[in-house]
Design a protein around this ligand. Structure first.
Ligand code: ACO
Length: 325
């Protein structure tokens, strides 16, 4: 069977660094509270960049690293919930700026699991022979959907983008397995209202003037600490691998306590978990590809390593992937 492989990765981050102390200037919070409860020290906030610009930077780095030209891409999948505009979609806008004229482009929405869902979709197209080179992105400007007066949410998130070019593996390396899941019954614990429907045939509904993320933090926490280890365990069992075989775990960077709890439940050493949330906060769909790119470029993730990627969040959704680099 044809196997899909990650050929290159990249990331694009806004210039503006916002520290916990910066937030404490206008919110009733403190650096100590945020660090202790979340592990986050600072985040990047798009003070001038568009999401398209961040994604373009990530995509160009991934294409450079993989040696793949824009014209060779036959698909672009962008995972986001904060596209600059609903139309045209982010992936088609990327096609335009990259000159990827032969690509089929679509966006995918699965919140913080979005990149894993998009990577799995790319894997399926490649395995079935319907695509050879796919650009996969996870990108968010979450700062535009935050209520900046709500200290329980806005301190957690940041902006950024990450990308991977996926192609056909020439050997045993590549994406070995994936486990995806959703639980719509629990969707209300992490939500973002849409614009109310208003048309000449329907009385105007009273809706929120501005749409912000609402989160029941402890419910999301409970979901993450049980579902993520369960998904990773299932993935490894089905692949005939053990925790000891894994060189690095790249989990969605939502909260340090969630990652520590996952490590404990999996009986895996914490040192095997890649962590960069202290610098970027939670960038939703972008967090796994940004971490993966940093892991690869810093030498922490090396050729031949067995790694686990895992995302979880709104929907609720979750997804884990086993990759031989
Ligand atoms: N600064 C100071 N105090 C705060 C802050 C803040 N920024 N935010 C909340 N508090 C207060 C609360 O008001 C509360 O005060 P009270 O006891 O007087 O009522 C107290 O701190 C404790 O609040 P909790 O909500 O119980 O704090 P908790 O320990 O649960 O931490 C947190 C909150 C960090 C949000 C945690 O629940 C969490 O990380 N949950 C998971 C969230 C997550 O991972 N979301 C993203 C995943 S999905 C996705 O990525 C889209």
């Amino acid at each position: 069977m044809t196997r899909a492989k990650i050929l290159g990765t990249g990331r694009g981050l806004p210039e503006r660094v916002v520290t916990n102390d910066d937030l404490a200037e206008f919110l009733d919070t403190s650096d100590t509270w945020i660090r202790e409860r979340t592990g986050i020290c600072q985040r990047r906030i798009a003070a001038k960049e568009t999401l398209l610009e961040l994604c373009e930077e990530a995509a160009r780095q991934a294409m450079d690293q993989s040696g793949v030209e824009a014209g060779e891409l036959d698909m672009i999948i962008a995972a986001t919930l904060t596209a600059d505009h609903p139309l045209p979609n982010l992936s088609s806008s990327l096609q335009r700026v990259l000159g990827a004229d032969n690509a089929v482009c679509f966006d995918l929405s699965a919140a913080c699991s979005g990149f894993i869902f998009a990577l799995t979709t790319a894997q399926m197209y490649i395995q079935s022979g319907h695509a050879k080179k796919v650009l996969v992105l996870g990108g968010e400007i979450l700062s535009k959907i935050m209520d900046w007066t709500d200290r329980s949410t806005c301190i957690l998130f940041g902006d950024g983008a990450g990308a991977a070019v996926v192609g056909v593996s020439e050997n045993e390396e590549g994406i070995l397995a994936a486990d995806l899941g959703s639980n719509g019954k629990k969707g209300g614990v992490l939500s973002l209202p849409g614009r109310p429907v208003e048309n000449p045939f329907r009385p105007a509904e009273k809706g929120p003037e501005k749409c912000y993320v609402h989160m029941e933090g402890q419910e999301v926490f409970k979901f993450a600490v049980s579902q993520v280890p369960a998904s990773i365990r299932k993935l490894l069992e089905e692949s005939g691998k053990s925790i000891d075989d894994v060189d690095c775990f790249v989990l969605h960077q939502a909260n340090l306590r969630i990652i520590r709890s996952a490590a404990k439940r999996l009986k895996a050493p914490e040192e095997k978990f890649f962590i960069n949330m202290e610098r970027y906060g939670n960038t939703s769909a972008a967090s796994v590809p940004i971490a993966l790119d940093e892991g690869i470029r810093s030498g922490r993730i090396k050729k031949g390593d067995l790694i686990v990627l895992s995302g979880f969040g709104g929907g609720l959704t979750w997804g884990s992937m086993l990759v031989q680099m």
